[in-house]
Design a protein around this ligand. Structure first.
Ligand code: ATP
Ligand code: MG
Length: 434
């Protein structure tokens, strides 16, 4: 819009045109105030009824809340106004009228449940604290990208429509692709490995993954954003270093660049950047420590996957981000390499936030024969993965990497109760639109 001034830039002594939404109307009798909101903040518009043109007053004071208006007038200092300035209007134009009945109240005075909020995201996002979540989410992705680039990684984009799933199983969404069965990809795992095996060597991707998880939980989505890394000539320890660097860089960037947003969310005081290295616990230590908390009804045995309550108990015990390493091979996928000289122990690792898993990674099996064996052990047909396995015959270096859940990162960094709060239009068991 030509000649538009953001409310945050309206300085005393200027004549400006501001445009945005009607946030609030306060009619005090002889004088009335309209609070106009735009992406940079809010500004007070003053109507002195006896001293102004009747039509102007009429237009300004009869417009429904959340309508879009544009106002031209003089900016003056006014210490009693919310931002210390106010505009005395010369003209008010109603650009787009809003219904007087709104499905939710963007001023936040009336609470709405999450489902109503998600059905009306446009209105929901007019709330400062909701907008803050997505500003921080954008900062997180930006900071992750920068960190990967500093670590000499090239950003890649891999297909989301695929012929075979990464791990097979029931978590695949089938689709019809020109009459043939295809799937939405569960993870870029196989593709990023194929590129790490080229001269590109070190890659990252931030993109969607699709999982047909049956259960509705506060930390699972059916469409999520995965932050993936894969590096040639890396082992699991170096992949852990990268995961740690990315998570730390993300916290540092939010701390440095998003204080206003943290403040809007009431987190400015408590927000802490992780310092130092994340402890690295072996799987064996992890189950011993979980068992020692006495929080589980049944003691965990070597080979068990960690139940959610176990992760929570251990997280409370450790009290900061930590890695779990040296997992039993049996509960890690076929593409994870076993440790040298011990086919019971894998090079797989998880990075945990005290409340939940953030990352899974490991060194990959790069030896063709071992890889084919792994497929067979997992009950997968290696033939179906020929496009992948055959490249392991043409010079595949040792490599390692990880997948970091983008929304899990947003959720844990901001302490959100539900992962859906950090997704504009979440996909879950009940939700396919908007
Ligand atoms: P979980 O056990 O927590 O369900 P997972 O081990 O099945 O996770 P991975 O396949 O290891 O998940 O995926 C790597 C990362 O992607 C996870 O650590 C998590 O942060 C994220 N992630 C996986 N599935 C989901 C999902 N359905 N919704 C949101 N994030 C997910
Ligand atoms: Mg995992």
């Amino acid at each position: 819009m030509e000649n538009r001034t953001y409310t945050a830039d309206a300085d005393p002594g200027e004549s400006v045109t501001v445009a945005g939404w009607v946030h609030e109307l306060r009619d005090l009798g002889g004088i009335a105030f309209l609070i106009l909101r735009d992406t940079t903040g809010k500004i007070q518009i003053k109507f002195e009824k006896d001293e102004m043109d009747d039509d102007l007053v009429d237009t300004g004071l009869n417009v429904a809340r959340e309508s879009v208006i544009s106002v031209t007038g003089e900016v003056d200092e006014e210490p009693r106004a919310p931002t210390g300035v106010e505009i005395t209007p010369d003209s008010v134009e109603v650009v787009a009228e809003a219904d007087t009945e709104l499905p939710l109240d963007p001023s936040g005075k009336v609470d709405a449940d999450l489902s109503t909020r998600l059905d009306n995201r446009t209105l929901d996002l007019r709330k400062e604290e909701v907008q803050a979540i997505f500003t921080i989410r954008a900062e997180i992705q930006h900071a992750a990208r920068e960190q990967f680039r500093d670590l000499d990684c090239t950003e890649i984009n891999t297909p989301k429509i695929v012929a075979t799933g990464t791990e097979g199983g029931t978590e695949l969404f089938p689709i019809t692709y020109f009459g043939e069965e295809a799937f939405m990809n569960q993870s870029p795992q196989l593709f990023k490995q194929l590129i790490a095996g080229s001269n590109v060597e070190r890659v990252f991707e931030i993109g969607p993954i699709f999982r047909a998880e049956e259960h509705n939980t506060p930390r699972h989505l059916n469409e999520a954003t995965s932050i993936d890394f894969e590096g040639a000539f890396c082992d699991q320890h170096e992949a852990m270093d990268v995961a740690e660097a990315v998570v730390t860089a993300v916290y540092e960037a939010v701390d440095a660049n998003c204080q206003d947003e943290l403040d809007a969310l009431g987190l400015a005081e408590e927000f802490e950047v992780p310092t130092g290295e994340f402890p690295r616990l072996s799987y064996e230590e992890a189950i011993e420590r979980i068992n020692a908390t006495g929080e589980l009804d049944e003691q965990l045995l070597w080979g068990d996957d960690l139940p959610t309550e176990g992760e929570v108990a251990l997280g409370e015990d450790v009290g900061e981000h930590y890695f779990i390493t040296d997992w039993p091979s049996e509960i890690k996928p076929f593409y994870i390499m076993d440790q040298d000289g011990d086919d019971q122990l894998s090079t797989g690792f998880d990075l945990m936030h005290p409340q939940m898993e953030l990352v899974s990674g490991g060194q990959r099996e790069h030896r063709y024969d071992h890889l084919i064996e792994g497929f067979e052990q997992q009950g997968l047909d290696p033939e179906a993965f020929d496009y992948y396995t055959k490249m392991f015959k043409y010079g595949m270096p040792p490599h390692a990497g990880f997948g970091l859940g983008g929304e899990r990162l947003v959720m844990t960094l901001l302490g959100l109760d539900n992962i859906r709060e950090g997704v504009l239009f979440p996909r879950d068991r009940q939700r396919l639109s908007p």
